[in-house]
Design a protein around this ligand. Sequence first.
Ligand SMILES: [Zn+2]
Length: 665
Amino acid sequence: MSLKEKIIKELEKRWFPDLKFLFSEEVLKIIPDLLVELLKKEEDEFEKLLEEKIENITFKKLRETDEKLDYLFALIWHLDSVNKSDITEKIIEDFEPKLVEFWNKQAYSEKLYKMHVYVRDNEELDQEQKRIIDKAIKSFERNWIALEKEKQDQLKKINKDLAKLSNDFSNNIVKDEADYELVITDKESVKDLPKDVLDWARKLAEEKDIDWYIFTADPTGYIALMEYCTDSNIRKKFSEDWNKFASKWKFDNREIILEILRLKDKKAKILWFKNFAELSIDPKMAESPEQVLDLIWWISDKARKKWLSDLEEIKNYYNLDSIEAHDVAFYSRKLKEDKYDLDEKELKKYFEYEKVLEYLFNHVQSFYWIDLKELDIKTYNDEVRIFEVVKDWKLISYYFIDPFYRKEKRSWAWANNLRAKDLDKWFLPVVLNVCNFLKSENGKNLISMRDAETLFHEFWHALHEILSESKYSELSWFHVEWDFVELPSQINENWVNSEESLKKLAVHSETWKNISDELIEKLENLKTFNSGIQTLRQNEFALMDMMLYSDNVPKNVSELDKKILDFVNDNWLFKRDESYKMYCSFGHIFWWGYAAGYYSYMWAELLEADVFERIMQMWMFDSKTWKKFVNTILWQGTRKPANELFRDFMWRDLDNSAFMKRKGL
Ligand SMILES: [Zn+2]
């Protein structure tokens, strides 16, 4: 069998893919050719479909595609996200324009549109099929249908250019971050940092034969240094450096940002929207940019008051006249220790990564009736763990997790799928989580409570996909309204931070004792501590996002810088100077799908707080209430519009008061 045949066979396999093989050097060499070949096949199939007489078109025929192309591209995309190399980057760079061209061909095909309309009007469809067809028709109509050919061509070109720009944007960040190092020579200033973080920083220094500490762009190290380093100048430098990625190191994303803004604005205007924000919000749960902005301002007002009182508390306790942005984390952590007697380093000992994961799996077994069974398979990295997901004694999906920080990995954490769930198809879905926890050099992998929440959060995105009941992938997690999609993940963070669950989850990694009532009480006392500044920070990003996608596009880089700096200084609590370039690495809105949608986090938390309050009216472990949640929301995917899903559970519309209460606003 030739190598190519072997790869094809691997892609056709129903089971978990042999990633070690697929990501091997010899395979990567022929992937570019193979992608082109698979694409050609898809294009031919599509042409054939278009030649069909419309009377012969059925729902089934419209969905007939060969999954191998998407699957292979998703695999490469994943590899590039977790083990970035010139090879994967080049494959994507070369192939993606061709792929987008094909997507354009489908998305702007009048014949295909008419076929959908024909099926809607002539075939007897069940509820789910009807929803899929309606959604597709709507998307055709929103995206172009009444436009003349010339405008359509402009849109196609914009789509292609945007795909390239956002890739470049993201690559620049990963590369800049991978190169970044901060050498700390003053050992005294970092002596209070958690031991695992220091060990790691020490190891990086030793690898370079120096006697100090090296900090990189890994988020755990960043947070630890900002909280524990006693030298304010180092904290200042580190936070400024972190706000400069892809602006002042090797790469500069600002021209790319301008071009993205220009193209999105142009696209929106071609489609008769006032600006891109309106286009972005059109298919979402929110009604208009104005509605979103009103809500953000209303919350920000209250959050500002809360922050001022938190700030007073810090200033009074430490006799400070003023406090700078880079000192907030340091003094907040200190206040927690000195006044509230909470030691975060001690708390971390209750969250050993492997144990948290085990608790998570036990939890889903009792509340969601699924089992995760680990498989002994080698992949591209030894830390990756793979599981079979079993429900009612039936294998329904694969899940894998790639948990630890590597510098070739994209930052933070996410969920994704390599193959979507589709019960109509032969294969099993492959769903994944990637995190950036710090791997311990010697001993146990302790993560922070916030990391544990992240793990729960991302796992529920994965579960939302795995458990969508619909037969069709078009109705699963990834297609849910973007300002609703965070609801299930956010609600399950409560399994980490709620008293009753914490008692079971948090077990000390050395003494094996469960967390004490006393420690829980301390955490309870701090529940709304700094909620004002956290809310304001999220809102600042959301407002910046909305502003950029609804105002006139800046003419040049200096106008862009000024616009953002003015905005930040008008709205943020601390003055920033020219060095502030955080937006150059704001991947959510320039690369990932949150353009004019960053507000979604807050929006979904409003929904989530409301739902969770309802759940807690019973009991955190009340399986009946969770069953209702699963039935009405999680299993539904996007079988119904999000508003309806919410109402099915709550029997009413959203009430903001639970969110405000939780945040102490
Ligand atoms: Zn999320």
